[in-house]
Design a binder for this molecule. Structure first.
Ligand SMILES: Nc1ncnc2c1ncn2[C@@H]1O[C@H](COP(=O)(O)OP(=O)(O)OP(=O)(O)O)[C@@H](O)[C@H]1O
Ligand SMILES: [Mg+2]
Length: 291
């Protein structure tokens, strides 16, 4: 073609030639764009693969590390228990072994939460399919934060609707989610504050909420709070213990149940976190990582 239309290549002269020249230029440009697109696509695919490999490596590392930590932690807890129950254990020994057990339990809990979150992110956590009533998990969730609340004079009240039916889902993980929300509500409340646990049916979903009248968050702090290790106030909240896994875990658990986590917060006024949960699980629940 080029030998028949030499001027086409130089792009000069007649209208017909210039039309062909334009056509050729357009084609060349399209081919360049397609090549660039392919390059970008390949780069995108490579980046995605790298993220997948990194997520898998992180998840494997956390799984191995969790196992390494859990074995000695169980031994520490077990021997602390034995020590506190020997007939020679005086009051001071019992007090100290109590501290050892408490610290080991706290570490074990952190390790388990990291493991759970990493499994969810890797898409390998499958939910248990329990049928339960929300009233069954609330008392033990409160028990987990009761001492913390009592020490700071914070009252916890429950406002559960009377006609709540059974829920299908992972009872242990939903309870853990509630413990996380309660722990935050207590931790970020002022002394003498009030924490409310509410449960109601809204559009055929369970709306399980935890409200506090504590320090609250700005919209950007709320956004940061749900990402793993996200601290709403990285600086001014340094005094509060925690590594920032609680809300990320809650969001991930709710996501696996195909529900929705809603956070409403006003600085200086308080926070309401509501978990909207479908009452039934579908077959593929628990197999997808959060987006
Ligand atoms: N009820 C609340 N009121 C005010 N701020 C909150 C509340 N809940 C969470 N936040 C903010 O969101 C951040 C993230 O919460 P998250 O529960 O994920 O982590 P954490 O409580 O700091 O640590 P962890 O839960 O792992 O012990 C908190 O550090 C805090 O800044
Ligand atoms: Mg927390």
């Amino acid at each position: 073609m080029s030998s028949q239309h030499p001027r086409l290549l130089t792009g000069t002269a007649t209208g017909r030639d210039s039309l062909l020249a334009r056509y050729s230029r357009d084609m060349h440009r399209d081919m360049q764009q397609a090549a660039l697109h392919r390059k970008t696509e390949t780069a995108g695919e490579t980046a995605l693969m790298e993220v997948e490999v990194a997520t898998k490596a992180k998840s494997d590392f956390i799984a191995r590390m969790s196992h390494e930590l859990r074995t000695p932690l169980n031994a520490i807890m077990g021997f602390a228990h034995i020590l506190s129950h020997t007939h020679k254990a005086d009051q001071r020994t019992q007090e100290y072994t109590g501290y050892i057990k408490e610290a080991a339990e706290h570490l074990l809990d952190t390790v388990n939460r990291m493991l759970d979150l990493s499994k969810i992110q890797a898409g390998s956590l499958v939910l248990a399919r329990d049928s339960f009533h929300v009233e069954e998990i609330v008392p033990s969730a409160i028990q987990a934060v009761e001492e913390q609340a009592r020490q700071r004079g914070i009252e916890i009240v429950t406002e559960l609707a009377g006609d709540l039916g059974p829920i299908e889902g992972d009872a242990a993980r939903i309870k853990q989610m509630l413990v996380n929300l309660l722990s935050n509500a207590v931790k970020f409340s002022h002394e003498g504050g009030l924490v409310r646990i509410g449960a109601d049916m809204e559009s055929e979903q369970l709306a399980l909420s935890v409200a506090d009248n504590g320090i609250g968050m700005t919209p950007s702090q709320v956004q940061a709070a749900v990402s793993p290790f996200g601290h709403g106030y990285a600086v001014s909240r340094r005094g509060h213990e925690g590594i920032g896994l609680g809300l990320a875990f809650c969001a991930a658990v709710i996501h696996l149940h195909r529900g929705r986590l809603d956070i409403r917060s006003t600085p200086g006024e308080g926070t309401v976190v509501t978990a909207h949960l479908p009452t039934k699980l579908t077959a593929h629940h628990g197999k997808q990582p959060p987006e």
